[in-house]
Design a protein around this ligand. Structure first.
Ligand code: 8IG
Length: 282
């Protein structure tokens, strides 16, 4: 029996199929406005593995709220994911909503919970959604600790955040305009196609070769479903991957979560500074 059946206290309203996820996002956005005192946010960032330090470099933190206190959010399950929502005032007066509380598809709570933070960001007023992650690299020229832009994705989850006959154009999902701005800050930024696998296992070498054969350059377990929801919500999307490891079979070394976290820690100051400078230029 599910915990929501035995214990309705703490149930997530997104799990009610008759509930409208957009309305729940509106509720969450209103709660964020009252908890932070910031009526509207201009831009939102989801900070994945290795990107967390950016929140301190972006500007002055106005308020920080545990994500689990906001309607529809799921308490963070993964070590290294902070589980908070932060409102930051940028130097030019804009406000950024920092989502340090990603719900991954592999947690098994369904795609509505995965994309709730993105829908909430849109409901707070954000027009730009920056999605960041730690990921595996397929290109042999890439080295762990290197940030790359996401140019497009291949969604291998066999799922979608869109419900019913909702047809959304995903041409230019990862905004060319925003990628060009990012490259004015760091002209050496490479880019690639992100393949979202379901996880939580890493790929086999054969699966990495499949991803390569179908046009992928980056393998990960997030971002694509969130990007689709961001586009549905009318936001412009910018995506960054921190290559924390070469994908399975690309390097002779086996993958370990400890190494992934270590690569993230080492790269964090550099890529967080890059991200803060990109945000200031948007
Ligand atoms: I960090 O090699 C990180 N996340 N699927 N594969 C997948 N996800 C990842 C990987 C990886 N590294």
């Amino acid at each position: 029996m599910s915990s929501t059946t035995t214990n309705p206290v703490g149930a997530n309203p997104l799990d009610d199929p008759s509930a409208d996820p957009a309305e729940i996002a509106q509720t969450a956005a209103a709660e964020i406005a009252s908890a932070t005192g910031v009526a509207r946010h201009d831009i939102a960032l989801t900070l994945g593995s290795g990107w967390g330090k950016a929140s301190e470099l972006l500007g002055e933190t106005v308020a920080e709220v545990p994500a689990a206190e906001i309607t529809g959010f799921t308490a963070s399950a993964v070590v290294g994911h902070s589980g908070t929502l932060r409102s930051v005032r940028l130097a030019d007066g804009r406000h950024a909503l920092i989502i340090g509380a990603r719900t991954h598809y592999y947690e098994g709570h369904g795609v509505r919970r995965v994309v709730h933070s993105v829908r909430t960001a849109a409901a707070t007023g954000a027009k730009i959604m920056i999605l960041t992650n730690g990921a595996g690299g397929i290109r042999e020229s890439w080295t762990p600790g290197q940030p790359v832009l996401i140019s497009d994705h291949i969604n291998l989850t066999a799922d979608s955040p869109l419900e019913g006959a909702t047809f959304i154009d995903l041409t230019d999902l990862y905004s060319k305009r925003l990628r060009d701005i990012a490259r004015t800050i760091d002209p050496s930024l490479d880019e690639g196609v992100y393949c979202q696998f379901r996880g939580p296992h890493y790929e086999t070498p054969a699966e990495v070769q499949m991803a390569k054969a179908i046009g992928g350059h980056i393998v990960g377990m997030s971002t694509s479903l969130e990007a689709i929801a961001a586009r549905q919500s009318g936001m412009e999307v910018l995506g960054f991957s921190l290559i924390t490891n070469l994908a399975a079979g690309i390097s002779p070394e086996p993958l370990s979560h400890a190494e992934v976290l270590e690569a993230g820690r080492t790269a964090e100051p550099v890529i967080s500074d890059l991200l803060a400078r990109v945000v200031a230029a948007l």
